[in-house]
Ligand binder design. Structure first.
Ligand SMILES: Cc1ncc(COP(=O)(O)O)c(C=O)c1O
Length: 341
């Protein structure tokens, strides 16, 4: 139907089990806006998955989840520290600023990752009444650069945030890919290391649409449902998001899908690295591969496959794998690259 895509993991459709779950949920009538038993049950399952003592809400999009995580924990006079390459800074059209009325404070990083050492200099000076007050550190796990925070790095950031009267937010659009890469459960990567609020992404890993926000500070996020309604993230036929997540959690589908996507990226990087004219630029930890291609290859390859140029100045492109990338897709791409060379 379309070209084979390495453009993004949301170029893939739904996992068949998710599609089947939607079909099953389609039967009969059901209260809307989350007042249905399935939504209640699946949210309870999610809270348990993250270790309990937390609150959870569904959103429709990842941008919506990010806005709400931040908005629920800050005021208009606050600022959010984030990586310059973060999705909230680059790819959300100022949505965080619009909804929170606060500021983003982007920091350049070598690899998309924030560290206490990178943040500390930004906190110097007395931030008196003339300055936005830092309230949150926002990171992505895995990052937009396909890099990962270790559990120790996450714990260090959470401790640093709390020591400076701030909170730690994770944009978890690819949280499952990160959990697979670290070989840990979702609780270990969030609650156990002191994360305050996280989004658990579904859309990029086999759902049609749906993310879950999990707050480990329920006492601070009591107004979440009102913010969600204002941000147009309250999906009326909520049973369909719940049904997707039910299938996503059943038999650990979120793990199976993420594991497959990560494995395909590892295979793709290995095959690309065997070609001397190409340079894989980042260690592959999750489901993206960054590679420098000879310039003459990019246009003819893009005629056949979908992918994005990441850094035009050096012909670096990003190739993403997803739950339905196959070894045949990879072989096809490699054969085309070899024929063009
Ligand atoms: C790291 C990250 N966060 C959030 C999002 C936002 O997701 P959505 O497009 O569903 O708003 C994306 C989507 O590309 C993403 O890559």
């Amino acid at each position: 139907m379309y070209k084979i895509s390495f453009g993004s993991d949301n170029h893939s459709g739904m996992h068949p089990a998710v599609l089947q779950a939607l079909h099953k949920a389609n039967d009969g009538y059901c209260p809307a806006y989350g007042d249905d038993p399935l939504t209640e049950k699946v949210l309870a399952d999610i809270k348990q998955l993250f270790g309990g003592g937390c609150e959870a809400w569904f959103t429709i999009t990842g941008t919506g989840a990010n806005i709400l995580c931040l908005q629920s924990l800050m005021s208009s006079f606050n600022a959010v520290l984030c990586a310059a390459t973060s999705h909230i800074n680059v790819d959300e059209c100022g949505a965080v600023q619009k909804f929170t009325q606060g500021r983003l404070h982007p920091i350049n990083t070598p690899d998309g990752k924030l560290t206490p050492a990178l943040i500390a200099p930004r906190l110097l000076g007395d931030r008196d009444q003339h300055h936005s007050q830092f309230r949150l550190i926002s990171i992505s796990q895995s990052t937009e650069y396909g890099t990962l925070y270790s559990l120790a790095e996450l714990a260090a950031l959470a401790d640093f945030a709390h020591a400076h009267n701030m909170l730690l937010h994770i944009d978890g659009a690819r949280l499952a890919n990160a959990a697979v890469a670290l070989g840990c459960c979702l609780q270990a990567m969030t609650k156990d290391v002191g994360v305050d609020i996280v989004s658990f992404g579904g859309t990029k890993n086999g759902l049609m649409c749906g993310e879950a926000i999990v707050s480990f500070k329920p006492e601070l996020t009591k107004d979440m449902r009102f913010y969600r309604k204002q941000a147009t993230q309250l999906f009326s036929k909520m049973r369909f998001i719940a049904a997707q997540f039910e299938a996503y959690l059943a038999d650990d589908l979120y793990i199976t899908n993420a594991m497959h996507a990560n494995m395909m990226a590892t295979l793709l990087a290995k095959r690309l690295a065997e070609i001397p004219q190409l340079t894989v630029t980042q260690a592959v930890t999750v489901n993206s591969v960054f590679v420098i291609l000879p310039e003459k290859l990019i246009e003819p390859l893009q005629a056949k496959y979908h992918f994005y140029t990441w850094d035009e100045a050096r012909n670096e492109v990003r190739l993403m794998c997803s739950f339905n990338t196959t070894e045949a897709h990879i072989a096809d791409l490699l054969a085309t690259i070899k024929s063009l060379l």
